[in-house]
Write a protein that binds this ligand. Structure first.
Ligand SMILES: C[S@@+](CC[C@H](N)C(=O)[O-])C[C@H]1O[C@@H](n2cnc3c(N)ncnc32)[C@H](O)[C@@H]1O
Length: 283
């Protein structure tokens, strides 16, 4: 009889270089345990699903991210379905959501929230949990990403409204006015910045923007068409984009106030803009 512990020890051999959490997630899944605690309390039981385990283990060893192998990712306390059609949600993006939730607890309840470049829908679903009375819309240009977002919508019995299109365009067409706009758009310019397993497995349309800042420029320049006066735009950005983004803000939103914020790694990672209508935004 092969026990779970034997498989676990073998998988953690330094030759494989795998993280403990990755191996635990695999073992929990193939043994159909509901929690990590259950796995740890049953380590001396016979290993179930050994064949399935070996298949999945080989994929992990080849560099495929564990979230794609298991078709699930945890985000801000929510279990999401993910596959290669969408970006795997990142911890920095959980930080973005956390900041929004804490900032807006103290302010007027937002009537309309939009998430631009929604991917799996992670930001929209996490915000829905905390702003259940708001109308939440989420946009993506990718049909494939929206297929995944809709799988999650069903699984979570969510009311988020998903729209297909380019950035703010679907909102402009529908005349939507927004209190909180959140976006984690593609923002990487140089492929060299990206690790091999990300480059090989995650959708490039979710990662790269030719000039890095293109999508922010587009959204900031059209903010007057969708934002309510006093509304907030919350962006995840790359660590080196503060200066070019300041220029864009000065060009298009000279009256609005803004703040660049660091993530837990100490890198500049978020931009919050309080949108104030100016004389040029009366269209
Ligand atoms: C960095 S991913 C973010 C996904 C998800 N919001 C998250 O934080 O994990 C960017 C997303 O923007 C979408 N996207 C790229 N270009 C777009 C565009 N022009 N208009 C709308 N969505 C776009 C991609 O398909 C991708 O799902």
């Amino acid at each position: 009889m092969t026990t779970i512990r034997q498989v676990y020890k073998e998988a953690l051999s330094p030759a494989y270089g795998l993280e403990e959490m990755t191996v635990r997630m695999l073992l929990q899944t193939v043994n159909h345990f509901s929690s990590m605690t259950e796995l740890l309390s049953k380590m001396d039981e016979p290993m179930k699903g050994l064949e399935e385990y070996q298949r999945l283990f080989a994929r992990v060893l080849s560099g495929e991210p564990i979230q794609y192998v298991l078709k699930k990712a945890a985000f801000y306390g929510i279990d999401l379905f993910v596959d290669r059609r969408v970006l795997i949600p990142r911890p920095e993006t959980e930080e973005l959501v956390d900041r929004i939730i804490h900032d807006f607890k103290k302010k007027t309840y937002p009537k309309v929230i939009v998430d631009i470049g929604t991917g799996s829908g992670c930001i929209a679903f996490a915000l829905e949990k905390h702003f259940g009375e708001s109308h939440i819309l989420a946009v993506d240009s990718s049909t494939e990403a929206l297929e995944v977002a809709n799988i999650n919508k069903q699984q979570l019995s969510s009311n988020v409204e998903f729209l297909q299109g380019d950035l703010l365009t679907p909102l402009i067409h529908q005349g939507v006015r927004v209190d909180i706009l959140v976006s984690n758009p593609p923002y990487i310019q140089n492929r060299e910045e990206v690790e091999a397993n990300v480059l090989n497995y995650e959708p490039h349309s979710a990662l790269f923007a030719p000039n890095g800042i293109d999508h922010y420029r587009s959204m900031i320049s059209k903010a007057f068409l969708v934002m309510n006066d006093g509304g907030t735009m919350c962006f995840e950005i790359n660590y080196d984009q503060e200066e070019p983004l300041k220029k864009i803000l000065e060009e298009f939103l000279p009256n609005s106030s803004y703040q660049f914020l660091k993530d837990m790694q100490g890198k500049t990672r978020f931009l919050f803009v309080t949108y104030l209508k100016d004389s040029r935004s009366t269209l």
